[in-house]
Design a protein around this ligand. Structure first.
Ligand code: SRM
Ligand code: SF4
Length: 573
């Protein structure tokens, strides 16, 4: 077994981030001093690297960047804070706390993410400690929301729709706790816990991660067929629940998915996870732990672009991985069990659970919770949270489920939904209901083009084409990101747009409707007029020539617009 993660920094090729992690004393660095410094609203780069593990990124408002530059002012530094809860499940009290912090310390809005977390934007350095303390007082956390560790564990947000959902959610929580970093740095820096001098060696302090953590971020999601809302094939490690007559039998394991790539660098590519075997629920933790440790030991620590688990697997082969995993487990995986996914989107409106409680899935455009014009979404949700006795569930598609509403409470919640005009998306096109866009500008430092702020208006225009073609109610999955990092999982959409430069996008076609197949580049670097000109004939032809039940992504391949992509290794061919 390679002991890559334990080698001294000089004995193996490694990126500068590896040095920062190793020298940080388990993620402490000089964060305490940096936060106390009142002279600058920014933090040094080394601390910024560590800050990610604590759930925050330093950013600046890019809308203001040029103007401030002209005035010779430093950028308007601010922080993004990511708050996670396994499976995205929070109580009404926690919702109210997030709402309150957003108004008091951030830009006023709440952003629901593609991994069922919350993001706040625009928090200034002086307020960071109070924000993180309040988050923790509400029993939520920002620890490991970002950084080279396991991220928020995703799972289907309908636990009460069936007993299986509930069981799977319990496993998601256990898995999430098991893979949390053990360092006390977070508690010392943010929660004023006293530093305990610890003579134990590093492996004991972080028994799973070791002193340099993982080479890169690591993501886990659990899907409950027939819904693939968590996009299980995009995860580093995915679990597919196998259930029979309401009983959870276990999970198929999928490994090596990921969405990120770099424009113009064919060595980087999105990849779909491969299904390698079946395990019982009791074996889940062992498999997850050993998989994380394999990536810890074999992942590339020299080139961060090449450090995700998908490359570790693709470079060495899936057979190598299964062998290594079984060696470490000391037992063999069972053969893959059959499963079937129908879609990767959300099902909106009211659903009655098997325990007779009700759940309402709201459509939230690109996850942004705010009051805008007459649409008082944030206020409406606040009023609902004040009386709601169930919970809220953030969905993997940036929407929100008002969960576990009793039959007695339902009229009151329904009345508030009506009073605030909160929408289940029924009045929108099915395309819009199946849309996602990443945050992008103005906060994301890596954005090359707009996404969240632009997709809604592009959809207005595409809807005109859909109306002409009679496709308004046709479910088509569309996603947009401001850069090829793929935060809205665009490579798994039937139609997607990835930013190249301001106003310019690459257009992709041919993804699978249930998130089971990557799409392929169709047109490069095109602006709005070209996008609409390209799409019009394709959508019209789809309306006329599609076969019974044929999805748009499948049609795009059958009609010859793009070639089918079976593996990320063929993505650029
Ligand atoms: Fe992401 C980096 C936002 C889900 C792949 N992502 C970022 C940063 C932190 C930008 C940065 O590094 O400076 C973005 C912050 C923008 C902002 O202003 O808020 C950002 N990512 C998001 C969110 C908020 C998008 C959204 O609109 O919801 C999602 C937060 C998820 C969460 O709650 O944890 C988000 N990011 C994803 C996903 C989707 C997923 O995980 O299901 C992916 C693709 C899956 C994957 O990881 O392969 C994703 N984000 C990336 C990458 C590319 C990683 C790679 O393999 O190369 C980066 C860049 C990086 O890590 O260097 C990135
Ligand atoms: Fe930023 Fe790119 Fe992620 Fe969008 S896809 S949030 S632009 S890193």
């Amino acid at each position: 077994m390679s002991e890559n993660h334990l080698l001294s920094p000089n004995s193996a090729p490694h990126s500068d981030v590896e040095d920062i992690k190793r020298q940080s004393d388990y993620l402490r660095g000089s964060l305490t001093e940096t936060l106390e410094d009142r002279i600058s609203g920014s933090i040094p780069e080394d601390d910024n690297r560590l800050m990610k593990f604590h759930g925050s990124y330093m950013q600046d408002d890019r809308d203001l960047r040029n103007e401030r530059n002209k005035q010779k002012l430093e950028p308007a530094y601010q922080f993004m804070v990511r708050v996670r809860a396994a499976g995205g499940v929070v109580t009404p009290e926690q919702w109210l706390m997030m709402d309150n912090i957003a108004q008091q310390f951030a830009n006023g809005t709440i952003r629901l993410t593609t991994r069922q977390s919350f993001q706040l934007h625009g928090v200034i350095k002086w307020n960071m400690k109070q924000v993180i303390q309040e988050v923790n007082e509400a029993l939520l956390s920002t620890l490991a929301a970002c950084g080279d560790v396991n991220r928020n564990v995703m799972c289907n947000p309908n636990p009460y729709e069936s007993e299986v959902h509930q069981e799977v959610y319990e496993w998601a929580k256990i898995l999430s706790n098991h893979l949390d970093p053990r360092t006390r740095a977070y508690h010392e820096i943010w929660l004023d816990e006293e530093k305990v001098v610890d003579s134990r060696d590093g492996v004991e302090q972080e028994p799973i991660y070791g002193p340099v953590y993982l080479p890169r971020k690591f993501k886990i999601g659990i899907a409950v067929p027939p819904s693939n809302d968590v996009d299980v094939f995009s995860q580093d490690l995915g679990f597919i629940a196998i259930h029979e007559e309401g009983r959870l039998l276990g999970f198929n394991i999928a490994v090596g998915g990921g969405m990120g790539m770099t424009h113009g660098d064919p060595k980087t590519y999105p990849q779909v996870a491969r299904v390698i075997g079946f395990v019982t629920p009791e074996q889940l933790l062992d498999v997850a732990e050993k998989t994380v440790m394999i990536q810890r030991d074999y992942g590339d620590r020299a080139v961060r672009k090449h450090a995700r688990f998908k490359y570790t697997i693709d470079d060495r082969g899936i057979e190598w991985f299964v062998h290594e995993l079984e060696q470490r487990l000391g037992w063999e995986l069972e053969p893959v069990r059959s499963y079937h996914f129908e879609h990767n989107g959300d099902r909106y409106g009211w659903v009655k659970g098997s325990d007779d409680n009700w759940h309402f899935t709201l459509f939230i455009q690109n996850g942004r919770v705010k009051d805008e014009g007459n649409y008082l979404l944030q206020s409406g949700l606040r009023e609902i949270a004040k009386v709601h006795t169930g919970d809220f569930r953030l969905t993997p598609n940036q929407n929100l489920l008002i969960g576990n509403v009793t039959s007695e409470k339902k009229p009151e919640i329904e009345q508030l939904i009506q009073a605030y005009g909160l929408t289940d998306g029924a009045s929108y096109s099915a395309l819009r209901r199946n849309s996602m866009a990443c945050v992008s500008l103005p906060t994301c430092g890596l954005a090359m083009a707009e996404a969240e702020r632009y997709l809604p208006t592009l959809l207005d225009d595409i809807e005109l084409i859909l109306d002409e073609a009679g496709l308004r109610d046709e479910e088509i999955v569309i996603r947009m990101t401001g850069c090829p990092n793929g935060c809205a999982r665009p490579a798994l959409a039937e139609l997607s747009f990835i930013g190249k430069a301001v106003g310019k996008y690459n257009m992709y076609l041919g993804g699978g409707f249930s998130g089971n197949r990557l799409n392929k580049l169709y047109r490069e670097n095109i602006g709005e007029a070209e996008i609409l000109n390209e799409l019009r004939p394709i959508l019209n032809r789809y309306a006329k020539e599609r076969e019974e039940g044929e999805h748009f992504g499948d049609f795009a391949i059958r009609a010859g617009y793009v070639k089918e992509v079976r593996s990320g290794l063929d993505f650029h061919e």
